[in-house]
Design a protein around this ligand. Structure first.
Ligand code: KG4
Ligand code: ZN
Length: 372
């Protein structure tokens, strides 16, 4: 830990000069307690979350209030309901995060919040809360990109950070490959041209009449199925592409269930085993594409490390498939810890810390942004 902190002080010399006793500074001339405690706030979709993270790696608290129960009967996230639930819950979620961390306002060095991308009516709740706290507490404000926070989530509690790496980020809203050279140098290599991977999981779950949210249900049902039962298409989009397309496989599942060109009437004819086989074959096809494209990105970027993040990173077939492929190629592999795969504020505070230490400050006039 000392070495880690010393490295950070060397990278950000201003910190060594301004912090109090505890850790050794880069040149060994002084010691400091900690570099910075960041309060993170996340409300981009349907999780209301707050966290306190020290130095970008040490998670002191991470509170997530899931809205799954509110949206389940609609089979997906209803933006107005999400927004209202954020308003009702955010205050107590922030209080709980501070309490669990044992931090009062004086212990917080900066407030970081997801400003984009996401549902704008949800984002605006977190952004308004963060602006208010930063202003009332006279703390610096940092705006974080949600997808880049997922990209850095595999670095939480990892010392030293695993960069440079190719990051595969797969969630309900995004499927992207990034080259992360460092926290302040992240380049997008590819993204989805239509549905995100998680969206495909959710839509296929709906086709199979499995409850919301679909990803974990597909994984559960797939455990009893044969991944080779149905040869669903693997859309690679050409030999050089690092982009993804998952709408074709979703349609292939739809027609497999109901018959070619049909969108209803077929589900009743399928046995529980048929459904398990379809779920397993769909999951295998998606994992296959994600793994092959990630290895393609590694070849392109010339790095020896892969990291995995986003809600779909909670899928064990993907974690294990990518881990095995990396082991075959002698690549290092870091998956985000399970608790930081789905939306959370620890990843926001962690990336926010790195932005804060390099002087990145959010403007109180800035608005939430739906797109990246
Ligand atoms: O990162 P996240 O919480 O929210 C977004 O930023 O979109 O990801 C949610 C997505 C949903 O589509 C959900 O079905 C999917 O992650 N997901 C999974 C699993 N757990 C969550 N997909 C496949 N297998 C899982 N075990
Ligand atoms: Zn997310």
């Amino acid at each position: 830990m000392d070495t880690f902190h010393a490295a950070y002080c060397m990278r950000y010399p201003a910190l060594a000069a301004t912090t109090a006793p505890g850790w050794r500074t880069g040149d060994g001339s002084a010691t400091i307690d900690r570099v910075a405690a960041v309060l993170g706030i996340e409300t981009s979709c349907d999780e209301t979350a707050a966290a306190v993270v020290i130095d970008g790696v040490d998670v002191r608290s991470s509170v997530v209030a899931s809205q799954v129960e509110l949206h389940r009967k609609y089979g997906g996230v209803v933006p107005e309901i999400a927004s209202r639930a954020h308003i009702e819950r955010l205050d107590s979620v922030i209080r709980q995060a501070l309490e669990e961390a044992g931090h009062g306002r004086d212990d917080i060095d900066a407030v970081a919040v997801t400003r984009k991308p996401g549902l704008v009516g949800s984002l605006v709740i977190g952004v308004t809360a963060a602006k208010t706290l930063a202003w009332a507490w006279s703390k610096p404000l940092v705006y974080v990109d949600h997808v880049l926070a997922h990209a850095c989530s595999a670095a939480i509690e990892v010392h030293p950070p695993p960069w440079p790496a190719v990051a595969l980020i797969v969630s309900g809203g995004h499927s992207s490959l990034y080259l992360v050279r460092d926290f302040d140098s992240i380049e997008r290599l590819g993204c989805t041209t239509d549905d995100a991977a998680g969206e495909a999981f959710d839509k296929v779950a709906t086709i199979l009449n499995l409850p919301y949210p679909g990803g974990p249900q597909i994984e559960r049902v797939a455990r009893g199925g044969n991944p080779q039962a149905v040869g669903f298409p693997r859309t690679m989009l050409g030999p050089d592409s690092l982009d993804f397309s998952f709408s074709g496989i979703k349609t292939a599942v739809l027609y497999h269930v109901h018959g070619s060109g049909r969108t209803s009437g077929g589900l009743d004819r399928l046995s529980a085993q048929d459904i398990a086989d379809i779920a397993a074959s769909f999951q295998a096809a998606v994992v296959d594409v994600l793994v092959r494209k990630t290895l393609r990105a590694v070849d392109r970027a010339g790095v020896d490390t892969v990291v995995l993040g986003g809600g779909v990173a909670a899928n064990h077939a993907l974690r294990e498939g990518l881990a095995a492929a990396c082991a075959d190629r002698r690549l290092r592999f870091h998956a985000a810890p399970m608790s930081y795969c789905m939306d959370n504020a620890a990843m926001v505070a962690a990336l926010g810390y790195h932005q804060y230490t390099r002087g990145d400050r959010g403007d109180l006039d800035a608005d939430a942004q739906a797109s990246q």
